[in-house]
Design a binder for this molecule. Structure first.
Ligand code: SER
Length: 316
């Protein structure tokens, strides 16, 4: 029987993944934790505890006491926020991963999930259909921490046979919990602003195409990867995942189909440079071949669901 610990259960991925994992493994077997309070459905559907991943002693006691077999370590400082506090972000992102990896080895955890990102790529990476194996010269502190993290994951697999699995997520779009401080966050904010104010000032340029993915596809891919047979996993750094590629101009045209008076204006800030250093589209053929990764949502379907659900959420 699996007993799963989620670190970062109040975050954008964690708040949805917790519910899905509880559906699969049973509510009482999925332990949600975060340094901040999680949404009500997370705290009410199963165990939740406030916990700081950097507090190693409490963490190890928690894992032993609750007989944890798998950890999903999702806590991180995202790209935009990390640029404001580079050393602190490096410390949080790296030290937390190393704590988990080391603890997993000591306690003998069966599996670990750790998210990487398209941020591992940089200006020198081929931008279209970015391959699984390619140049990775990130120039954000977030990207550097994710790339270093990938190397550590592979190292722990090679040296200690620790079964760590990882996905390089594209920008994730969801209506439940907002992302915090990322470069791709505009693609979530735009829906809230379109519904509430009929206009949005975008912090990226009109034609800044980036790879994105709707959260239900990301959650399914994550669980599929974690459940895949060990023999199928050939990538021990992190799997490329493609999703949908679009620009602010394209998503605003899609929103206009539903809200014709919607208007977008552009006022690029420091995140424009980050976006320019990331790929426009991703080749995820290795993930498709290894564990049959596939997605359901395109821009059209995703926009429909986002508008419908956020309207309900905002009572509009
Ligand atoms: N969505 C993340 C960010 O923008 C990328 O992993 O920081």
């Amino acid at each position: 029987m699996e007993r799963i610990l989620i670190i970062g259960a109040a975050g954008q991925i964690g708040s949805e993944l917790t519910i899905e994992l509880r559906n699969v493994y049973g509510n009482e077997n999925v332990f949600a934790t975060d340094i901040k309070q999680a949404p009500a459905d997370v705290t009410e559907s199963g165990p939740f505890q406030l916990l700081d991943v950097l507090d190693e002693k409490t963490l190890i006691h928690f894992i032993i006491r609750n007989k944890i077999t798998q950890v999903y370590h999702l806590a991180a400082v995202l790209s935009g926020n990390a640029e404001k506090i580079p050393l602190q972000a490096w410390d949080i992102n790296m030290r937390s991963l190393l704590i988990i990896l080391n603890l997993a080895r000591e306690v003998g955890l069966k599996k670990i999930f750790w998210p990487s990102s398209i941020a591992v790529f940089g200006k020198t990476t081929p931008k279209i259909n970015t391959p699984q194996l390619t140049v990775t010269e990130p120039n954000t502190v977030y990207g550097i921490s994710k790339l270093a993290g990938e190397r550590w994951c592979e190292y722990y697999f090679n040296k200690y046979k620790l079964d760590i699995r990882s996905i390089r997520y594209p920008g994730l779009i969801s209506y439940k919990t907002e992302a915090g401080g990322g470069t791709t966050d505009y693609a979530v904010e735009i829906f809230y602003e379109a519904i509430s104010n009929r206009k949005y000032e975008c912090f990226l340029e009109k034609d800044s195409t980036l790879p994105m993915m709707f959260m239900p596809d990301a959650i399914k891919a994550t669980i599929d990867l974690m459940e895949a047979d060990l023999s199928k996993i050939t990538i021990r750094s992190s799997y490329n995942l493609g999703g949908i590629s679009f620009s602010p101009g394209e998503i605003s045209n899609e929103i206009k189909k539903h809200i014709p008076e919607f208007e977008i204006t552009y006022k690029p800030d420091f995140r424009q440079k980050i976006a320019e250093s990331w790929p426009k589209s991703i080749d995820d053929s290795v993930a498709r071949k290894d564990w049959d990764c596939k997605y359901i949502y395109d821009l059209n379907k995703m926009t429909e669901v986002m508008l419908r659900e956020i309207k309900i959420k905002l009572n509009k």
